[in-house]
Design a protein around this ligand. Structure first.
Ligand SMILES: NC(=O)c1ccc[n+]([C@@H]2O[C@H](COP(=O)([O-])OP(=O)(O)OC[C@H]3O[C@@H](n4cnc5c(N)ncnc54)[C@H](OP(=O)(O)O)[C@@H]3O)[C@@H](O)[C@H]2O)c1
Length: 339
């Protein structure tokens, strides 16, 4: 069976991709920054087939040699690692990044350059780079109701002007990755996922899971019981993992792919959660805000991608939060513990 490497194996999305690869019989190399950090990465070793087929490598995106070691013998690389700052998805105050160059831009942009060069050195055939909807939709010229597809790019100058460092990092890294693929004998495919929700395999909470949790636990609401009503694109983390693997496996995949299942207002998502789990503390008042335009995934759907119903995502996610103790009364909001 083929050996593939996944960067950022211990993160929210990375963990689900590792699980999927192992379930499909792949030999998997996974990069993590600290293989000995059991709190962050211990869950990977417990995945089915991990003992026989998962090999963790200590690698940092800014350390070229460490990436080369992880990619040796791999026919494919799934480049998932990139800093996702807390404020990207949450309304939680005080979460701005003090040094964006070091904390976001360098790992994302120089890190992707390192990944691509290490792929060349290791003679990898194909790389799937996980970009973001933030590389598609940060552009004041798009009308809020216009669907955005692969031809739409974030306006880097505008993103810089509003200090959207995450948007700048993902757009620059993705553009450079696609250009790199055209200039070298390496197939580069990129995927731009919407906001990702769904159960967590890892034990430290990530930025976008915090957002969903804030809908139930109340933190981040501007006034108690009040929340902004903002239409956003959502996708289940398990469906994104399938999409990443589909792009890797399908020889027809090329260029850029938008990945988004639903576009829903916060009010609609909260109503759905409340109907399925009525016992929690939901916001009662919503203040309308300018919607994020819907993302159009026709290109990915045409390649064979599919996604599950929203109800399934919500049920599995809240059950996961309950099982991991996140919903316990009186437990501090996880951002206070982890970030
Ligand atoms: N969640 C979403 O809604 C969403 C939407 C669109 C795109 N994405 C993209 O999906 C990818 C994964 O995001 P996620 O939500 O799974 O976030 P996450 O759980 O925070 O994972 C981020 C991963 O990046 C790794 N990383 C960060 N800086 C690194 C560095 N300098 N060297 C090596 N590894 C580094 C982290 O490693 P450590 O564990 O060592 O910190 C972690 O594994 C990112 O590329 C993100 O931009 C996410």
């Amino acid at each position: 069976m083929k050996r593939v490497c996944i960067t950022g194996a211990g993160g929210y999305i990375g963990s689900w991709v590792v699980k999927l690869l192992l379930s499909k019989g792949y030999m998997v190399n996974g990069t993590v920054r600290d293989p000995c950090d059991e709190t962050k990465n211990g869950h990977l070793k417990k995945l089915e087939n991990a003992e026989e087929r998962l090999h963790l490598f200590k690698a940092d995106l800014l350390d070229f040699e460490s990436l080369c070691a992880a990619f040796a013998g791999c026919s494919g690389v799934l480049h998932v690692a990139s800093p996702v700052p807390l404020h990207v998805a949450s309304n939680i105050p005080g979460s701005r990044v003090p040094n964006p160059q070091v904390e976001i831009l360098d790992p994302a942009i120089l890190g992707t350059q390192n990944v691509l060069n290490a792929c060349l050195q290791a003679k990898v055939e194909k790389v799937v780079v996980v970009s973001s909807g933030s590389a598609v939709l940060v552009n004041p010229k798009w009308p809020p109701d216009m669907e955005l597809d692969e031809s739409c790019w974030t306006d880097i100058e505008y993103a810089n002007s509003i200090q959207d460092w995450y948007g700048v990092s993902k757009t620059t890294a993705e553009m450079e990755a696609l250009n790199f693929g055209k200039q070298h004998s390496l197939t580069v495919v990129t995927i731009c996922p919407s906001l990702i929700i769904g159960p967590m395999l890892q034990s430290t909470i990530n930025a976008t899971s915090l957002l969903l949790l804030s809908y139930i636990k109340g933190e981040g609401r501007s006034v108690i019981d009040t929340m902004e009503n903002l239409k956003r694109p959502y996708t289940d983390v398990r469906d994104l993992s399938e999409a990443i693997l589909l792009l890797y496996e399908n020889p027809e995949s090329n260029g850029r792919y938008v990945c988004s299942a639903y576009s829903l207002g916060t009010k609609e998502v909260v109503a759905k959660m409340q109907s399925l789990f009525p016992g929690y503390n939901y916001p009662t008042t919503f203040i309308d805000r300018r919607d994020i335009p819907p993302l159009n995934s026709k290109k990915l759907l045409k390649l064979g991608w599919n996604y599950r119903p929203l109800e399934e995502t919500i049920v599995d996610t809240i059950k996961n939060y309950e099982e991991t103790g996140l919903m316990e009364n009186g437990k501090p909001f996880p951002s206070m513990i982890r970030f």
